[in-house]
Design a protein around this ligand. Sequence first.
Ligand SMILES: NC(=O)C1=CN([C@@H]2O[C@H](COP(=O)(O)OP(=O)(O)OC[C@H]3O[C@@H](n4cnc5c(N)ncnc54)[C@H](OP(=O)(O)O)[C@@H]3O)[C@@H](O)[C@H]2O)C=CC1
Ligand SMILES: O=C([O-])CC(=O)C(=O)O
Length: 255
Amino acid sequence: MNIGLVGSGAIGQYLLKNINGSSNGDLNITSVFVRNYDKYKHLEKEYNVELFTDLNEFLAADTDIIVEAANVETVKALLPEIIKEKDTMLISIGALADEALLKTVSGENNKTLHLPSGGIGGMDLVQNARALGNLDTVTLTTRKPAPSLIDEPVDAETVVFEGKAKDAIDKFPKNMNISIILSLAGVGIDKTNVVLIADPKAELNKHTINISGSFGDAEFTISSNPLPENPKTSSLAALSVYATLERLAENVKIG
Ligand SMILES: NC(=O)C1=CN([C@@H]2O[C@H](COP(=O)(O)OP(=O)(O)OC[C@H]3O[C@@H](n4cnc5c(N)ncnc54)[C@H](OP(=O)(O)O)[C@@H]3O)[C@@H](O)[C@H]2O)C=CC1
Ligand SMILES: O=C([O-])CC(=O)C(=O)O
């Protein structure tokens, strides 16, 4: 499978290293879309990829899927064009809090949009629980090392946001993409509760999800190492893109 990558930061380079940098079955990143050619031209030789700065040329290249690992703004700007041409996988899922964009990309003539579970998991469970409309409450509590969330130092753990997912992603677009995948799987951006805690003692990104409905209730916690290249981002987020790509080719589907 030929992959076109948008964004070459912590997640993008993790994918390049683990897909092109190892002898890896069917996956191959062949094209990379960047906004600054000089900054990333070293990737061409390092990973045997072609760099593009023109979106039309990038989309015309021989790729089976586009994988985005850039940011929410880039998704808002580029996704409507990309999804007309190619199956696409997003990690900056927060862009889909924009209901007009979500409607545009869900259009009939579009290609398939894949949304990995990113820094969290259990999205199968959440979707099962809401299947007959009987999911009542969903709450995400995220605790991260304080510098990932706020610039000013704090001595004690501090709640920096408490409210609904639609406002969480507006205030923390680099940390709250998970609140939007959880909303899409569950009860929507207006009903999904979010608590965000900056913890000066934390070393891991810790996400606890509580749901309740007619099935019963569930609570699960993910503690993930931050990626060294971007500590805001959990290593599980990069793994989730990689593993979702691998699963595309499988004909036994789990979950
Ligand atoms: N869904 C989830 O669970 C999670 C989502 N994320 C999200 O994933 C995204 C990527 O994360 P991460 O790799 O850590 O971020 P980084 O900041 O490390 O990398 C972002 C990359 O995107 C590039 N980029 C930005 N704008 C554009 C553009 N217009 N065109 C092409 N490339 C662009 C940047 O290039 P440049 O050097 O030019 O700025 C950089 O290479 C972020 O939005 C992050 O918030 C992260 C963790 C979990
Ligand atoms: O990786 C994480 O822990 C979550 C994250 O940054 C996001 O959802 O934007």
